[in-house]
Design a protein around this ligand. Structure first.
Ligand code: DCP
Ligand code: CA
Ligand code: CA
Length: 359
């Protein structure tokens, strides 16, 4: 028995929760690029705003046009704040399940086969309890799906939103999935959906009725097998705990294109601090530091330095960033965006502190 949990209009819900006067307004959480007042994109919007045609990914200026004449709240994204809520929600989930696999800041798969003893009634109770605890402790609503496979659990959490709980028993699996458009299946984008339409496949049910050889010609063997099994609810991918991060990075857009290292470093400083805070917060030690430059044609160049011993030291990070940045601009000229990345983490604290000490 697999579940999928997804928080409702997550960033905007957190903003509403911290400032209840926003509740009746369209709320837009925005990533301002910092160039001009309105440049940037909408990260997410509450349901009020969505009714008015605003959604994730559209330019802020476009959203403003849509909402002209309506009182609305435009709020700057605060990723660290949402990460705090996310971590606490995931902790609540963890306490209630056998196994979980976080797949994004606001969502996770989980397995409750053991805890439910295979009973979907018990599974439903577990899901209700998880929702109630998240509401009580963090005051957030989420939508949960309980189903026999990962794919169907994700479809189920998406089925009723916000504050939904959808349970799909094995006997209901086919009738639940059949009417849905194929785009709802993970991994089917616009292109694949178009190609499927060419062979009269519009719904998951249509797809389920095609056999592998019929799909093979169009998509190749591997994809054909995936399409066939997922449409038939036969995906058997296990819920897998994820390891720790393999890299930590931040990227910023410069106020104007620049090749001046001091000017760039001044703007990069908060990103450097952010990366450092995250590294120490997770008790990590990194061995490689990279500076990423995005040019005005949006091409990307990276310079990396590998340290002799792993560290979590901020002055080492800052010094390397400054060196790498100097090298990058002297090679490339003006940059439009700049990023910092640390990787090659060392897990053992003892060993790393020892090597740091020896240095
Ligand atoms: N997000 C983003 N940019 C996007 C999409 C999402 O920054 N293009 C962020 C903001 C969202 C969060 O990720 O709050 C979670 O994304 P979801 O796709 O789950 O969307 P929401 O939680 O906002 O809404 P829903 O209620 O539809 O799940
Ligand atoms: Ca969500
Ligand atoms: Ca999500």
């Amino acid at each position: 028995m697999v579940g999928h949990l997804d928080l409702d209009y997550f960033y905007a819900q957190v903003e509403e929760l911290e400032n209840p006067s926003l509740r009746d307004l369209p709320v837009l959480v925005c990533v301002y690029s910092g160039r001009t007042g309105d440049s940037g994109v909408v990260s997410t919007a509450n349901y009020r705003a969505r009714e008015l045609g605003v959604r994730s990914g559209i330019p802020i200026a476009f959203a403003k046009k849509r909402l002209a004449g309506t009182e609305a709240a435009f709020i700057r994204v605060d990723r660290e704040k949402y990460e705090g809520y996310s971590e606490r929600v995931m902790e609540i989930l963890r306490e209630n399940v056998d196994l979980m696999e976080q797949t994004g800041i606001d969502e996770a798969f989980f397995e409750i086969t053991k805890r439910s003893g295979g009973s979907f009634e018990t599974g439903t109770e577990i899901a209700s309890r998880i929702k109630a605890q998240i509401l009580e402790r963090e005051r957030l609503t989420c939508s949960v799906g309980i189903a026999p496979t990962k794919i169907s659990a994700k479809l189920a959490s998406d089925f009723k939103k916000p504050d939904g709980l959808t349970v799909v028993r094995p006997s209901e699996l086919a009738s639940f999935m059949e009417p849905m458009p194929v785009e709802k299946l993970y991994g089917i984008g616009e292109k694949t959906a178009k190609a499927l339409q060419g062979i009269d496949v519009v719904t998951i049910g249509d797809l389920a009725r095609k056999d592998v050889p019929q799909l093979d010609d169009l998509f190749g063997q591997k994809m054909a097998v995936y399409l066939h099994s997922s449409a038939n609810g036969e995906d058997d991918e296990p819920v897998q705990e994820r390891g720790q991060a393999t890299q930590i990075s931040r990227i910023i857009t410069l106020k104007r294109d620049s090749r001046n290292p001091e000017e760039i470093l001044a703007q990069l400083a908060p990103a450097l601090e952010d990366v450092h805070r995250k590294v120490t917060g997770e008790g990590l030690f990194f061995r490689s530091i990279s500076v990423i430059g995005v040019l005005s044609d949006l091409s990307i160049r990276t310079r990396t330095k590998t340290l002799e011993a792993p560290t979590s030291d901020s002055s080492t990070l800052n010094r390397a960033a400054s060196e790498l940045l100097g090298a990058l601009v002297s090679e490339l000229g003006d940059l439009r965006r700049v990023g910092i990345k640390v990787a090659d983490f060392e897990e053992s604290k003892e060993q790393s502190s020892l090597s740091e000490f020896l240095r």
